[in-house]
Ligand binder design. Structure first.
Ligand code: SAM
Ligand code: SF4
Length: 351
């Protein structure tokens, strides 16, 4: 690989982290992402909306619009030559992508990629865990928002608590380190489980990270009142646990972290809504259908498919990447009068 000049945006941020959505499909219907259930509709309608909720349709992208493994591998190789060294596979649910292990094997072999991670809802993880590890997956984040069967179903639209809990055990047993659990907390839905989630970090000696609820849900029903802020989470946990702040050498880290009760368990809080970290964001995203998004909240996407499927050389694609990255937004506009929610939801963008 011949190292190329790094991807730097017009605000001076150097991009190192590429999040790749491998599918827009999902086997869950999380309230905060891809709701379709009656419970989700009721939650939004009864609490926050006066208008009748319209039925939500999910039109998955046709297969020919989804990037092939070869196309994903090509973009990753080009991006790695320009300093991208961290990849996270996400979706939709990445484990629904056929032969995902093969993609992991291809990406882990790319020169310059130092860290290959995946975010999954965990439902299918036990089935693929060993193969993923053998193929070179370095880290895993598993989403888990509730320990209560009924509440889990209300949040995710599916019965899957046991499988997800099992996937945490499997990830630990296989030596994924750290094992991270992501939890989105929503007022009056699962905020009563904050303490139990923190205790889980201690008991399992893993990292539990709370993510503030962002306006990226498919029913566009997000309201500020739903969000349990970092401050609120911290105030509550400090009443119950002994939290010691942890420092990080990585300036682009999105989570603020604490050790809990001097255990090996760790608490993280990601607060894009109440304490945006846009100033040191070093991420770009590639959607399953080949669009580069320079911000989670971008209103414009940049389609790489015509380049990948035309006669474009790697050098030309790299030039296009530089031009796209240069346009990366200074930051998101959540909470500002001119905020517009992106048309695509978290499940399509890739969280
Ligand atoms: N399906 C996988 C999963 O759920 O882990 C990967 C994709 S999911 C979009 C990635 C992460 O985004 C998950 O941890 C999920 O909890 C989080 N997420 C989804 N919608 C969100 C929202 N509206 N606000 C905050 N986080 C969200
Ligand atoms: Fe699916 Fe993940 Fe979105 Fe839940 S958060 S609906 S599991 S993509």
């Amino acid at each position: 690989m011949i190292p190329q000049s790094p991807l730097v945006d017009s605000h001076g941020r150097t991009l190192r982290d590429l999040r790749i959505s491998v599918t827009d499909r999902c086997n869950f219907r999380c309230l905060y992402c891809l709701p379709e259930t009656e419970a989700a509709a009721n939650f939004y309608r009864d609490r926050w909306r006066e208008k009748e909720q319209k039925p939500i349709h999910h039109d998955w992208k046709p297969k020919n619009e989804i990037l092939s493994f070869e196309e994903i591998e090509r973009i990753t190789t080009i991006a790695a030559s320009a300093g991208i060294d961290k990849i996270r596979l996400t979706g939709g649910e990445p484990l629904l992508r056929k032969d995902i292990v093969t993609l992991v094997r291809k990406l882990s072999a790319i020169e310059g990629i130092k860290d290959l991670a995946m975010t999954t809802n965990g439902f299918l993880f036990p089935k693929y865990a060993q193969e993923l590890k053998d193929a070179g997956l370095d880290r895993i984040s598993i989403s888990l928002d509730s320990f209560d069967k009924a509440n889990f179903k209300r949040l995710t639209g599916r019965n899957g608590l046991e499988e997800v809990l099992q996937s945490v055990q499997v990830a630990k047993a296989l030596g994924f380190d750290p094992v991270k659990v992501n939890a989105v907390v929503i007022r009056d839905i699962n905020d009563h489980e904050i303490e139990a989630l923190c205790q889980f970090a201690i008991d399992e000696e893993i990292s539990v990270r709370f993510i503030e609820f962002m306006p990226l849900d498919s029913s566009k029903a997000w309201q500020k009142e739903h969000v349990i802020s970092k401050k609120e989470i911290l105030d509550r946990l400090q009443n119950r646990f002994d939290l010691t702040p942890l420092t990080s050498s990585n300036a682009s880290e999105t989570a603020k972290r604490w050790s809990v009760n001097q255990s090996k368990g760790e608490l993280g809080i990601i607060a894009p809504v109440s304490e945006p970290f846009c100033g040191h964001c070093n991420r770009i995203r590639l959607t399953a259908d080949g669009q580069i998004r320079t911000c989670l909240f971008s209103l414009h996407e940049h389609d790489l498919k015509p380049l990948l499927r035309g006669n474009t050389t790697d050098e030309e694609i790299l030039t296009a990447l530089h031009q796209i990255v240069a346009k990366k937004e200074a930051g998101h506009r959540i909470g500002k009068a001119d905020f517009v929610q992106p048309a695509r939801t978290m499940s399509c963008i890739g969280g």
